[in-house]
Design a protein around this ligand. Sequence first.
Ligand code: DGL
Length: 277
Amino acid sequence: MLSMRLGPIGIFDSGYGGLTILNEIRKLLPEYDYVYLGDNARAPYGPRSFEVVYKFTRQAVFRLFEEGCPLVILACNTASAKALRSIQQRDLPDWDKGRRVLGVIRPTVEIMDSLSRTKHIGVLGTVGTISSRSYELELEKMFPHIFVTGQACPMWVPLVENNEFDLPGADYFVRKYLDELFKRDSLIDTLVLGCTHYPLLVRKIKKYLPEGVTLFSQGERVAESLKDYLSRHSEMATRIKTDGNTRFLTTESAEKFTEAASIFLSSTVVVEQIVID
Ligand code: DGL
């Protein structure tokens, strides 16, 4: 059993993408303390196997528990798709029954029915997220009448990580995956950005999006869902520190993180390098 002191909310991502989720969460819930962990040294997770994503995510969550987090959000679709269920079912009962780990897929799926008129939804994600079929499986359980088409976009994370997302070269790959998706289902009216890096590509994506299609970014929705969760679980809300501070941890060098994180964050942050294994 790990300690029961007041602690921050842990936000985990394979790299920088989860900062788009953290930003929205902090906007809506500024009173809480947060600790962000980016496993930058081992990112990207997108092309990795189920076993490896589970192992890495499990190590990261355990580390965030050691940092005192009573609640951890997997702000990474690939980790949510490939590791969340195993962590919730296999690891949490052994580690600490009082702590919680939540993902980003369920809150997204929950509002799909209200967003789509045609009930045809597209999901853009990493190879890992799309091949796991997690969105399809969750949607099937909740809204079996919704038709889902997943599209893997393996070149999009590298475009963002290399700061190429707003340059002319990005247009080719943005258009390529959108064309492939809409060729497979032209009735899609709601398109989920099922990867935390993709909000940075929104300007380009909108350029090639068929008319009448709504683009759905997860950040705000995940923040709203967390707020709702905490209002329904006062036993968890009262265990979270409320000094409004955020710490940043990375498995890569702190300098690299600080430099790259400036794409995602408006202010300079203090970053600490850690080892997880
Ligand atoms: N952050 C991950 C996600 O939301 C993508 C980045 C990666 O491949 O590691 O799926």
